[in-house]
Each structure stands twice: as C-alpha cells, then as structure tokens.
Design a protein around this ligand. Structure first.
Ligand SMILES: NC(=O)c1ccc[n+]([C@@H]2O[C@H](COP(=O)([O-])OP(=O)(O)OC[C@H]3O[C@@H](n4cnc5c(N)ncnc54)[C@H](O)[C@@H]3O)[C@@H](O)[C@H]2O)c1
Ligand SMILES: CC(C)C[C@H](N)C(=O)O
Length: 364
C-alpha cells in the first residue's frame, strides 16, 4: 500500500501508529480533516486480516467522521482509531491506559469515543490518562454509551426515508430486515417493534439473534440470506461495504437505511441504488446520533439539548432527499455536497485546528 498516495487522494492530515509491547497495544489513529475543529471519532477494536486492512479501515472511517460531523453541524473534524486485536480476548487495563497517553500526546487534535469492540469501561480507562475522550460513564457528568442514542437517530432517519419512498413515515406493518443486532441495532429494533414494524434479523452471533427474537418477536435468518428476504426496508447495522455488486441484485427493499458506517463498498454502488429507485439514507447522516450525543459532553452534557439535536437527523435527511431530487444526484453525493460546502466555507477563514485558538474545548 502506498500510504502517502492514499492520504493525498482524500487529503488526510495525519496517520499515527501507537505500539506498547507490554500491554499488546497496536493502534492506528487516522486524522482526516480538522478544518471545523478537533477530530472526534470512535475507537474500533477488531481482528483484522492484515495491517493493511486495519490502516484502510482507519482511514476510511476517519473520512466518514469528517463528513458526519460536518453534515451534523458540529464544530468538529474527523478522525478514527482502530486497535488491532480481539475485543473478547485481548483487552486489558494497561492497553487502554497506554492508548490514553498516546491521545493525550496529541493535545486535543483527536478526541475518541466508543465504536465496534469498545465500551464505556474502555473509555473510562482512557479517561484515567486524558480528557480527550467522550462516551465515558455518567458518573463523570458524561453521556455514557452512545449506542441507544445512535439507535434513536437511525429510527428517526428510517422514518424520513420511509416518507420519501412510500409517502408516509409510518412504519406500522412495514417489514424491516436488520443485519447485525448488536449494541445499536438491538435498541433500534425496540423502537421499530414499538411502532408495529415486522422484523427480520440476522447476526453472526447466535446470542444476539436470540435476544432480538425473544424480545421483539423477530424472525431470524442466516447471515447470507438477509439480502434476499422480502422486505420494505433493509437496515445494515453490522460492518461496512455490504452494499456491493453481489448484494444489490438480491435486494427487494425500496429503502436502505441503517446504522453501519461505510455501507457502500464503492460510490458506484450508491449510483446503482439511485438508478434502481432505491432510497438510500446516507450512512453518516442517519447514524450521527451517537457523535451528536458525545459531542455535547464537550460543552457540559445536557441530555435534552443533545436529544433535540439528534431529532434533526430527520430534517437533515429530508434536505438530502430534496437536493438529490432537485439536482438529480444520488443521495450519497447530495450528502457529500452538503458536508463539503460547509467545510469549504470555513476553510477560507481557518486551516488547521490549534488548541490555543477559540474552540469547543476551551468551554469544557
Ligand atoms: N455504536 C454507535 O453509537 C455507532 C454510531 C455510529 C455508527 N455505528 C456503526 O454501526 C454499526 C454497529 O455498531 P454497534 O456499536 O452496534 O456494534 P456491535 O459490535 O455492537 O454490533 C455489530 C453486530 O454485527 C454483527 N455482525 C458482524 N458481522 C456480521 C455479518 N457479516 N453478518 C451479520 N452480523 C454481523 C456482530 O456480531 C454484532 O452483533 C458499526 O458499523 C458502527 O461503526 C455505531
Ligand atoms: C464518537 C462515536 C460515538 C463515534 C461512533 N462510533 C460513530 O461512528 O459515529
């Protein structure tokens, strides 16, 4: 992999490799763009097939956070960390504390939070070493686990996408296929079930599937079968790139709207959805609830204020669908335009984030 060539292609600012032999920490921090403010993005812990796969994931996820934070109207740039390892076996206190010290060394250029494979407990350990971490325990006056809030935002976003596709945002009687029923999607299924939707779920983890079947009467299918089930809405809530050449021809849904980051394997897959008349809710717009919630910690966490802001995901998606129709653009491109315009506008007056300027951290 030619790292600088890749970084140049999407104008990444910084890529850091953090190693601590004693604790087994191998972390990659990618900072994409800090025009709008310090880079905020979660830490993912995953068993990658190769170091290259881990680097690529960190870079792709960091860019997604730049767009997510910009589209959500936050004064924050985009970054992300991946820790290479099995979150079930390889975690220890020293690992997260070592990572916290590396973050502290960045002096506020990057702020972390939870992502796949990390928990509030892990963030609390990082917090032993640095203040540049969010999603820590409510006992510190913080917002805790972002997943239920992400789920609420995704639920609101699914309603906005349903209105665009079916003319009504009611989900009663709609069949929704949910891929991955982890932290976000289990909470999402609760909202969908409460509104009277029929759920079809899958997960590579049998316990996660059973939990959704028991709590919400969901029907379970094998992981490979989720794309072809008869449904109105497909909600990808596991990992990325599930909208691709193999899966699109199988989809019967009229809407793709879910929590996962980087749902489109390549942008051409967003073009194909558009051509087929499938309403796609851009991932980083619909799943911004968690980051909106944790970002509120930076100005003194207020749950009511954060939830009101999460509710705006519905109108942000309406705006994306409006731009898409007006300019005959695929929805992912309409969302990119919205985010890029905001960044460009501010780039004219600011370039790199500096801790000694007036910014969100100075109010903490
Ligand atoms: N947690 C948040 O607040 C948040 C915010 C924004 C975006 N996201 C994104 O949403 C997605 C889910 O996040 P989460 O926190 O719920 O993670 P999670 O790890 O709790 O849940 C993911 C689930 O997907 C399952 N899974 C993995 N591969 C699968 C496959 N091939 N087929 C079926 N199931 C599979 C896992 O077993 C797990 O149960 C991720 O892409 C994450 O980046 C999460
Ligand atoms: C800051 C976190 C809540 C980030 C979250 N994992 C996301 O992808 O949006």
């Amino acid at each position: 992999m030619e790292i600088f060539k890749y970084m140049e292609s999407y104008d990444y600012e910084q890529l850091l490799f953090c190693q601590d032999e004693q604790s087994g920490l191998k972390a990659i921090v990618a900072i994409h763009d800090t025009t709008l403010g310090p880079a905020l993005g979660g830490t993912r812990m995953w068993t990658y097939d190769s170091e290259e796969a881990a680097i690529t994931d960190a870079l792709r996820l960091a860019k997604g956070m730049t767009y997510k934070n910009a589209a959500a109207g936050l004064n924050l740039g985009g970054g992300k960390t991946v820790i290479i390892g099995d979150p079930k076996k390889d975690k220890n206190e020293a690992m997260f504390r070592a990572f916290g010290r590396f973050i502290q060394g960045l002096n506020g250029r990057y702020i972390t939070a939870e992502d796949v494979g990390t928990t509030v407990r892990d963030m609390d350990l990082i917090h032993e070493e640095t203040d540049f971490v969010t999603g820590i325990s409510p006992e510190f006056g913080s917002s805790g686990n972002p997943s239920p809030v992400t789920a609420y935002g995704v639920y609101k976003g699914i309603k906005a996408a349903a209105k665009e596709a079916f003319g009504s945002d009611s989900l009663e009687g709609k069949t929704i296929a949910v891929q991955g029923v982890g932290n976000v999607a289990y909470n999402l299924c609760g909202h969908l079930h409460e509104e009277g939707a029929n759920l079809i779920v899958t997960d590579i983890n049998k316990e996660a599937v059973n939990r959704a079947v028991e709590a919400y009467g969901a029907k379970a299918v094998d992981p490979d079968d989720i794309y072809q089930v008869d449904c109105d809405i497909y909600a990808p809530c596991a990992l990325g790139a599930t909208i691709n050449d193999d899966t699109i021809p199988q989809l019967k849904a009229k809407v793709v709207a879910g929590a996962a980051n980087n749902q489109l394997k390549e942008t051409k897959h967003g073009d194909i959805l558009h051509e087929k008349g499938i309403v796609y809710a851009p991932d980083y717009v619909i799943n911004a609830g968690g980051v909106i919630n944790v970002a509120d910690e930076l100005i003194g966490y207020n749950q009511d204020r954060a939830m009101k802001r999460v509710e705006t995901i519905y109108s942000s998606l309406e705006r994306v669908f409006e731009i898409s129709q007006r300019d005959n653009l695929p929805t992912y491109a309409a969302a990119d335009r919205m985010a890029e315009e905001r960044i460009q506008m501010l780039k004219q007056s600011r370039s790199q984030f500096l801790t000694n300027s007036h910014h969100i951290l100075s109010r903490r």
